[in-house]
Structures are given as C-alpha cells and as structure tokens.
Ligand binder design. Structure first.
Ligand code: S3P
Length: 432
C-alpha cells in the first residue's frame, strides 16, 4: 500500500505510542527460559514481536493472551522441545540473534530462516562467538547468513569484546552463557542497550556488571530464573517520530506519555536538545527497573546542525535516519559518522536516506559510514521507496508534513513491523 502525507499546519496533542520492541521481545524470550508462569502487560503487538511469540510457541512454550495480559508458561532453561519445522524469523533480527544464543545450548536440532531482508543480514557476529563457546551452527556463507542450522551442544564460557556495541550480540552471548556453568563475559567500549542484563538480574540470574572505562557484564549460568511480572513502557524509537514531527512543523507541541528513557536508548532526545529543541522529561519515574518519563517536545525555529560520531550511535542507532531528516531543517550542516552499522539494518539505511532525500529534492552527501546533511532545505516532495523498512517509511512520513507537494511512501504498510497504527496516530495529532 502507498500512503501520501501532505503539509501540516501544526502537530499538537498527546500520545502513548506502542510499547518498546526490545523489551517486548525479551519479555517473551526470558520468561520462556524461567521456571513457571510470568505475566507481561502492555506487550507490543506488532510484526516483529508476534514473530518472537510464534517462534517460542514452536519451541513448546505455552503463551496466552487474556484482557491484554500475556501469560508465558516458562519451561526452564532446558525444557524447550525440538521444533517440528524450520523456525520463521520473519523480518526480526532481534528474534534471530537472541534465539541463536538460546538454541545453541539445547539438546536438539533446529533450523532458522527469515524474509528476504533478514536473509541478507550478517549473523556471523553472533554465530562465530557462539562457535567459540562450542556451538555447532552451520549455514550459508560459512554460517554468516540465514538459513542456519543448529545442533545443540554443551557450551563453555568466553570473554568477548563487543566491538560493534551490538545489544543483540551481547544478549545472544549472555543467553548462551545462561546455559553453561562457566562464566561468560561481554565487554563494551560504548555500552549498548542493557535490557537483557537488567531483566536477567531481576529474575535472579548470577550476573554482575562493572562500569569503569569500559562496560563489562558477566554471567555464570545453569541457575534457574524466577518468573516475573513485566509492564512494558512506550518505545522511545516510536516516540521519536512524533518528537521529530513536533521539532520540524512550526508551532508544534506534543506530549509523549510513558516513554522509556533508559540512557542507553534516549540518544535521539538528547541530540534534539543539543540542536536547540525543547525536549523535557516530565514525571520521571521507574517501572520494573527501567527509567520512564512523559516527554514534551516543542517546535524551535532556530535549530542548529550538530555532529554525530561513533560514540553517539549505540543509544540512538535506530533513530539516526530520522535525525538526518530533522537536520534538513536546522541551521548549518549536520555530519553523521561512525554509523556503518546502519548499512546492515532492515535495509541499508544510509543508502535509503540518501536516495530518498534526493527524490524529495534535498541535497545530501553520502559517506561510507554516515552522511552529511545541509540545513534549511526546502522539501519539495515526491515518491519515496520504503525499501520495506518500517523506520524509513515512518521517517519520510514525518518529512511529508513539511513538504510542498506531499511525500508518497511506497509499501508504507511495513510500519506494521514495529508500529501497526502509525499512520492513524499521525493523523490524530496533525492540524491542517
Ligand atoms: C536491538 C538492538 C539494536 C537495534 C535493534 C534492536 C535489540 O541492534 O538496532 O532494532 O533489541 O537488542 P544491534 O544490536 O544490531 O545494534
């Protein structure tokens, strides 16, 4: 389906965007590994997280929904059953990488595949260190690409330096580490999102965290996890689209309720502030070990261009494309570097942003590891290709709000992956 978004006068109102995708995935995976019944409130019902649910059902976990609460009957660390068929990971990198860690230490055979985007994404970052832990994994490109097969094995611990600061890699290794009596440690120069270790700690895992020059998390496994009650906050990566809309459409103001503002996730809001946008965290509070707030964002006519470098990327990795779009309206240049990871997301997001910005009349320079956006540019409008990437589709919809002729997004329905009602919610807060 193609959707056209035209110029708006103002973005105004209040929204509770859908729940956090990262925590929702983990709320199924970790509670499946626990012994007994857990409950998840405010689970994100969207393409990727439904994939996780269906995969864990195929592994023998009983998962039910009643009155909006998900009940997961955890099977304990080794209670999964051998899946009867190839596990379909859909479009979800998180489901795939975290589940590889879980399956590597089971006593059975399994095989995984995914859609055409996922089959292009590198899995070696997880499968190679898992092999160092004794995992028996094979697949295309020497085990780097789906489809992959796993013959479960007795694992041993490792110490791994997570150079890319990938939370998916860290989580996969911690989950594999949970399945061996050995100690497994992951070290990061820049800390990646820490939901897995936070939840594991809350469930009674033997896990330690040291934060000095570097970040180091260690787990000693084969200790039962206790069931938990989880209440998932709103996703900062989804809230970011509305924050961006308020930042670029004149006279706008939006209140985003109940948003996760964990410092490993709120880089986009902090960067908007650095650009001169008013972004306030109201009613800061804690919910199930995570920091949340209501986020108020106001339009600012004199936004400035900024620099985004390697250290900034992990806490805003999924929002970098959106920041590039916002930067078209700032005074001066915005230079984004150290963002080569964007090339291996649901699409090559550097290429997708550069090509689509050019299609709507914006001048932009592509770098191997980022891009340079000149500010104060007119958005003429036109037709863009979402590359079937949810975040590209939603980002350009936001840019459509300040376009002269409207922006038509091809395959806009891919928003379903993380935000099924995105276009309805956008209409709710637009004044024309
Ligand atoms: C995620 C980690 C990030 C992010 C992805 C979700 C997670 O990926 O881009 O959308 O839930 O752990 P990387 O681990 O590859 O950086």
């Amino acid at each position: 389906m193609d959707i056209t978004i035209t110029k708006a006068k103002q973005v105004l109102g209040e929204l509770r965007v859908p729940s956090d995708k990262s925590i929702s995935h983990r709320s199924i995976i970790l509670t499946s590994l626990a012994k007994g019944k857990s409950e998840v409130k405010n689970f994100l019902v969207a393409g990727d997280t439904l994939t996780t649910m269906s995969v864990y059902r195929s592994l023998g976990v009983s998962i039910h929904e009643k009155n909006g609460v998900i009940t997961v009957e955890g099977v304990n660390l080794f209670g999964f059953k051998e899946p009867e068929d190839i596990l379909d990971m859909g479009n979800s990198g998180t489901t795939t990488r975290l589940t590889l860690g879980v399956l590597a230490g089971q006593k059975f055979f399994s095989a995984l595949t995914g859609d055409s985007s996922l089959r292009k994404r590198p899995m070696g970052r997880v499968t190679y260190p898992l092999r160092e832990m004794n995992a028996r994994i094979d697949g295309r490109d020497n085990g780097n690409l789906l489809p992959l097969s796993i013959r479960g094995n007795e694992l041993s611990g490792i110490e791994f330096f997570n150079k890319k600061s990938s939370a998916q890699v860290k989580s996969a290794l911690l989950l594999a580490g949970l399945l061996t009596e050995d100690k497994t440690c992951v070290i990061e120069k820049v800390k990646s999102r820490d939901h897995t270790e936070k939840m594991l700690l809350g469930m009674g895992a033997d896990i330690t965290v040291e934060e000095n020059q570097e970040y180091k998390v260690c787990i000693t496994g084969k200790k039962e996890l206790s069931p938990v009650e989880i209440d998932v906050p709103a996703d900062p990566s989804s809230a970011a689209f509305f924050a961006a809309a308020a930042a670029i459409v004149p006279d706008s103001e939006i209140l985003l309720k109940d948003v996760l503002v964990n410092p490993t996730r709120d880089g986009f809001f902090r960067k908007l502030r650095e650009m001169g946008v008013e972004v306030l965290y109201l009613e800061e509070r804690e919910k199930v070990g995570e920091k949340i707030a209501d986020v108020l964002v106001k339009y600012s006519p004199d936004m400035k261009g900024i620099k985004i470098t390697k250290e900034d990327i992990p806490s805003m990795v999924d929002e970098v494309p959106l920041l590039a779009l916002v930067a078209t309206q700032a005074e001066g240049e915005t230079v984004i570097t150290g963002a080569e990871e964007l090339r291996v997301k649901e699409s090559d997001r550097i290429k997708a942003v550069v090509e689509n910005l050019r299609r709507v009349g914006v001048k932009v320079e592509e770098l191997e590891d980022g891009l340079i956006v000149r500010g104060k540019q007119k958005i003429k409008g036109g037709v863009i290709d979402s590359y079937n990437d949810h975040r590209i589709a939603m980002g350009f919809a936001v840019l459509g709000l300040i376009s002269e002729e409207g922006i038509t997004i091809k395959n806009a329905d891919c928003a379903f992956i993380s935000y099924p009602n995105f276009f309805e919610d956008l209409e709710k807060v637009i004044r024309r």
